[in-house]
Design a protein around this ligand. Structure first.
Ligand code: DOR
Ligand code: ZN
Length: 358
């Protein structure tokens, strides 16, 4: 498919995958699984549940709960067959080499996630000292299991807008020297520094990019009043960073691929004096990405980013089925029912997007 952007009113892509998503657990799954499975085949499920997913047995049990909600959903039989949640383990100070070996052999754990303790939602059990994880990194490298990074330092004195760059300079630079073949995904990158870092490394180091970091910057979050539905971590940065992210995402470079970081928090937890971090985008992620790519005349690069480069990095086949998007405006719902009478407000709630799923 070689579409020319100007005349494009419809685009058919290999079915995309989401290489970074939060589905949460139990009752939340009734909403999140149906939304994710409507667009994506494989989804990499983040492990920051309460309590976190720390072993492959817990990952297996979590996957079973996800699949149960899939069966209970109103999705088509075809979507139910195609949807394939891939699991991650949550790295703690106590993760052992044996945990990694078991995970690698389990066939359902696709990667291991490192949250620096205190960096974000449900990260209290995360890693307090990366130097305590060296044996685990060695095992990941040995089993070719990717390390997914929430790449921010957590020192109280480091400005929130500098935390990603400081992580690259102070932490990641050391890790890659010690583990030169460790597969790493720098998740939800937000800065030109992170894009440059990834570009400067070999093909074993890649990055995911969210729709919000492609479409918005900190002015959208903070100008004219605080907009809590744009608040996520790592926080939106300056426009110049947004532009670089859009450049690399639409460049056709396979080091950058789709990871929505769709992170549901009930509306009342977002619109709050201490609002939770996370943008909910699962149901509208593909129209959001299409809008971002089309805004720079690069809709023809969307299939690589959304459907080819992720599987290429993870060593998985690309999907065989397809989705079609049309350049017909859609209104983003103002909210979705969540559980216990709460609601979920999506990114761009109530606004109109130029692209929709056919
Ligand atoms: O904004 C975020 N929300 N960033 C994360 O890293 C975690 C996520 C969540 O789990 O809500
Ligand atoms: Zn996340």
């Amino acid at each position: 498919m070689n579409p020319t952007t100007d005349s494009m009113t419809e685009i058919t892509l290999l079915q995309p995958d989401d290489w970074h998503i939060h589905l949460r657990d139990n009752q939340a799954l009734a909403t999140t699984v149906a939304h994710a499975a409507a667009s994506f085949n494989r989804v990499i499920c983040m492990p920051n549940l309460v309590p976190p997913v720390k072993t492959f047995e817990q990952a297996h049990a979590y996957r079973t709960r996800i699949l149960q909600h899939l069966q209970d959903s109103e999705l088509s039989a075809e979507r139910k067959v195609s949807f394939d949640p891939r699991m991650t383990l949550y790295l703690t100070d106590n993760t052992t080499v044996q945990d990694i070996e078991d995970a690698a052999k389990s066939g359902i754990v696709e990667a291991v996630k490192l949250y620096p303790a205190g960096a974000t939602t449900n990260s209290a059990d995360g890693v307090t000292d990366i130097n305590g994880c060296l044996d685990v990194f060695e095992a990941l490298e040995k089993y070719d299991l990717p390390l997914l990074l929430h790449g921010e330092v957590t020192d109280d004195h480091v400005d929130i807008f500098d935390r990603e760059k400081r992580f690259l300079d102070d932490v990641l630079a050391q890790v890659i020297i010690k583990f030169p073949t460790l597969k790493i995904v720098l998740e939800h990158i937000t800065t030109s520094d992170a894009a440059d870092f990834v570009l400067s490394q070999g093909n074993h180091i890649a990055a995911t990019i969210t729709p919000q970091h492609l479409m918005f910057n900190r002015n959208h979050l903070l100008l004219g009043g605080i907009k809590p539905h744009f608040y996520c971590l790592p926080i939106l940065k300056r426009e110049q960073h947004q532009k670089v992210l859009l450049d690399v995402a639409t460049s056709g470079n396979p080091k950058f691929f789709l990871g929505t970081d769709s992170a549901p928090h009930a509306t009342d937890k977002k619109e709050n004096a201490c609002g939770c971090a996370g943008c909910y985008s699962a149901a509208i992620a593909m129209p959001l990405y299409a809008t971002a790519f089309d805004s720079v005349g690069k809709i023809d690069k969307l299939e690589g980013f959304a459907s080819r480069f992720g599987p290429q990095f993870y060593g998985l086949p690309v999907n065989e089925n397809t989705i079609t998007m049309i350049k017909t405006p859609m209104q983003v719902p103002t909210d979705y029912p969540y559980f216990d009478g709460s609601s979920l407000t999506p990114l761009m709630a109530g606004e109109t997007l130029p692209w929709s799923l056919k």
